[in-house]
Design a protein around this ligand. Structure first.
Ligand SMILES: [Zn+2]
Length: 369
């Protein structure tokens, strides 16, 4: 079946499935990249100085709750539910198009609109980490879902200022994850060792790239990183999913995330604030536990869109065209800079979002509109 345009394809999908909130995924046959056209861009946006309604100040019926943290559906999801499943087709007899299926959730960290990860209490942060484990367990039980990604984008371009992160669940394993699984599998095949175990041995022996360490986790600046100031947090035990972690490991994870976010807040305390992307990578959700256990592990990655406190640099031409990231700071220097900031006093004024963003209106104001 052929379609005339992406918009026509969306309409064709919608007519066939009785709904216009369908998302489609289109693939570039040259670069292999896939773009998802969903409802994301219909969401309300607040630019500097504008107010935006906040629907998250008093959640009454969340999908999941762990004390002060809760999981709710994303009202403007990038992916559509599986009732919109539709066969693949070619746009203009060339571009592969299919339904972009999956589930998008919002993870609400607290009812308090004014808070930020760094101003939550220790207990509140641990509630969020426990909730991630519960939501991962829930998604893994759904046989249609193959992969889940938990993340938070924190920076001046955020449109919703309420303390929150997100969780996506996909019906297939995303491209980058497939690529790294392949590399881990090949490492296991040729070196007869789990790549994560090998990294742990190398980094714990070398020490120069280690930033923090506790009983369950260690964080280091990875050589060859794509992003300047990239930090990777690895579990010391071979764990594939958050719901396999013990209470102690979950608590230690919350502490590790907080320490890394504190050093970023201390380092990027000047007027230019980068976006900090926290990403939790886990194993695919299928039942091949023993297979993945041999060559994979879960982890956290922080990506930061800045080169240093006095040089602003994002991903530009060479980085995006070739995969080579050009910056002179070595991972040993990155680790040294971040380690030196561990002991400094907390810089809470940089984490007060309302100095940077306007307040959302209240839930009552939202529903009056
Ligand atoms: Zn709010």
């Amino acid at each position: 079946m052929m379609c005339d345009s992406i918009q026509d394809s969306k309409q064709t999908f919608a007519e066939n499935i009785d709904g216009d909130d369908v998302s489609i995924a289109v693939t570039d046959p040259l670069m292999g990249t896939t773009a998802v056209h969903g409802q994301t861009n219909r969401r309300p946006k607040a630019y500097a100085g504008e107010y935006i309604p906040c629907p998250w100040d008093a959640i009454t019926s969340p999908l999941l709750r762990y004390n002060t943290a809760c999981l709710v559906p994303n009202d403007y999801p990038a992916l559509s539910s599986d009732r919109y499943s539709y066969q693949s087709l070619l746009l203009d007899d060339l571009y592969p198009i299919e339904s972009a299926l999956g589930v998008c959730y919002v993870v609400i960290y607290s009812e308090d609109h004014e808070k930020h990860w760094l101003t939550l209490s220790k207990e509140e942060r641990e509630n969020v980490v426990h909730l991630w484990a519960e939501s991962t367990r829930m998604i893994r039980k759904n046989k249609k879902l193959r992969y889940t990604h938990i993340f938070e984008n924190d920076g001046p371009i955020n449109t919703m200022t309420h303390p929150h992160g997100q969780q996506y669940a996909f019906v297939s394993v995303p491209l980058y994850i497939q690529d790294e699984l392949r590399r881990c599998m090949l490492f296991y095949k040729y070196r007869k060792q789990n790549l994560f175990q090998k990294i742990q041995e190398v980094e714990m022996r070398n020490k120069k790239r280690i930033i923090i360490e506790n009983e369950s986790w260690f964080a280091y600046a990875p050589p060859g990183a794509r992003w300047p100031f990239q930090v990777r947090i690895l579990p010391k035990r071979s764990v594939l999913w958050l719901d396999m972690l013990t209470d102690r490991e979950l608590s230690d994870l919350a502490e590790s995330l907080t320490m890394i976010r504190h050093v970023y807040a201390r380092y990027f305390s000047h007027s230019y604030r980068p976006t900090i992307m926290m990403n939790i990578f886990q194993s695919p959700c299928d039942r091949s536990y023993l297979k993945y256990q041999r060559y994979y592990r879960m982890r956290v990655e922080f990506f930061v869109t800045a080169l240093s406190s006095n040089a602003e640099k994002l991903m530009f031409s060479i980085e995006n065209s070739t995969g080579y990231s050009l910056y002179s700071q070595t991972p040993e220097e990155t680790a040294s800079i971040l380690r030196s900031l561990l002991m400094k006093r907390e810089v809470t004024e940089n984490t007060n979002r309302n100095k940077l963003y306007k307040k959302c209106c209240t839930k009552e104001e939202y529903y009056e509109k």
